[in-house]
Design a protein around this ligand. Structure first.
Ligand SMILES: Nc1ncnc2c1ncn2[C@@H]1O[C@H](COP(=O)(O)OP(=O)(O)OP(=O)(O)O)[C@@H](O)[C@H]1O
Ligand SMILES: [Mg+2]
Length: 373
């Protein structure tokens, strides 16, 4: 078990900065994700934590000890790679045993520990199987067994599921989280898939171009993105540019098209269901501060509702596209030139609205987030 601290961690390749002063702490036993688009520096950070490469400046601490210049083999981390990196000419048993043999563990103990690791990942019985005769999911579980068999202080996973199909990805994702919880091991998980990060993480750092754009619990990042980059990256949110002003005793967001959304004060509500974190409160204060001037309003398509009523906080529009997705139906509503993305539960009557239909969209101001950048 280990607490990991990155202190102004920076990496340049040929004078090009790809990691730009990242500071964060991963708590002991935490499942922490680095999430961001391709090329934002996730793998580079993970490799500096593992000790495969060294920072240009800044430091890495494990449990308060400076390990910045310690080579990989002296850090006791287990690593799982996207492409498994198994030895193809070896059996499952030998692949998992490899790290124990290099550590000169005695034969009978190797047999015991490999058996336990294979049991943990559900591969008991496949010990003698050569690696090329395993499915992708099985190979990834061998890679996981090989990483945990050495009883690492820290488990590092670099996009471990990207070679698997959707169903297997979800299954393996849940197995990884279960295993991490069971072993109580600290995990740093790299992915570009927001749903995956939301599903498994205790906390997520959302990265863009070598910088951390938001670090918080999944619920906070999803419901209260700190800026437009996170809002766009986390879920295809509606983003409208406009101004916030005080009108008739309340606060109102006004889009140039005339679309107005009454906002509660403060502009963003407390997180539902979970105690709000200090950073959520800070964001709330931040949102309230942007009460004047040009801002963006962000709203999840799932929060917008189609309605037949001419009630308050609704806006008229025409259905321009309808996509049936099974459990949900995705709509684009043209509200006087403003496209509004709406995701409806497929079972509600309004979900049968068709292109060309006139509808009203309810915009719940209490679920909207006002972004200053
Ligand atoms: N050894 C290297 N030499 C030069 N440039 C590198 C090297 N390794 C990575 N880079 C560059 O650093 C940037 C960050 O790369 P990195 O692999 O960390 O991104 P990533 O977030 O893991 O992306 P992906 O999701 O595609 O794996 C990229 O622009 C990449 O081309
Ligand atoms: Mg990568």
């Amino acid at each position: 078990m280990a607490q990991v601290t990155l202190d102004r961690l920076t990496k340049h390749f040929d004078d090009t900065p790809v990691v730009k002063g990242i500071s964060l702490t991963v708590a002991d036993g935490e499942f922490f994700s680095l999430l961001g688009p391709s090329g934002c520096g996730k793998t580079t950070i993970l490799r500096m934590i593992a000790g495969f490469i060294f920072p240009t400046s800044g430091a890495v601490h494990f449990d308060g000890q400076d390990v910045t210049s310690l080579p990989a083999h002296r850090r006791n981390t287990g690593m799982v790679f996207q492409n498994y990196a198994l030895f193809p000419h070896m059996t499952v048993f030998e692949n998992v045993a490899f790290g124990l043999r290099t550590r000169k563990v005695a034969g009978p103990e190797i047999a015991d520990r490999v058996a336990r690791a294979l049991d943990l990942v559900g591969l008991t019985g496949l010990e003698r199987r050569p690696v090329p005769q395993l499915s992708g999911g099985q190979q990834q579980r061998v890679a996981l067994a090989r990483a945990v068999v050495i009883e690492p202080d820290l488990l590092l996973l670099d996009e471990p599921l990207s070679n698997l199909d959707t169903k297997l990805r979800e299954e393996t994702r849940d197995q990884i989280r279960e295993l991490q919880t069971k072993l109580g091991i600290t995990a740093v998980y790299v992915t570009h898939d927001q749903e995956e990060a939301l599903a498994v993480s205790d906390r997520i750092a959302v990265m863009e171009e070598g910088e951390c754009r938001q670090l918080d619990r999944p619920e906070v990042i999803y419901r209260r993105p700190a800026n437009r980059f996170v809002a766009a990256f986390m879920g295809n949110m509606n983003l409208w540019e406009g101004v916030v002003s005080s009108e008739r005793g309340g606060t109102v967001f006004r889009h140039e098209s005339g679309l107005t959304v009454p906002l509660p004060a403060p502009a963003t509500p407390a997180d539902e269901g979970a105690p709000s974190s200090p950073s959520a409160e800070a964001e709330s204060a931040e949102s309230a501060k942007h009460a004047e001037g040009a801002v963006h309003l962000a709203l999840h398509p799932q929060a917008a509702r189609l309605t037949g009523d001419d009630a308050e906080s609704t806006i008229a529009g025409i259905v321009s596209t309808r996509r049936f997705k099974g459990a949900t139906v995705e709509f684009t509503i043209d509200a006087g030139g403003v496209p509004i993305q709406v995701v409806e539960n497929a079972v509600v009557p309004m979900a049968s609205s068709q292109p060309g239909d006139t509808v009203r969209v309810h915009i719940p101001g209490d679920q909207a987030v006002i972004l200053g950048d």
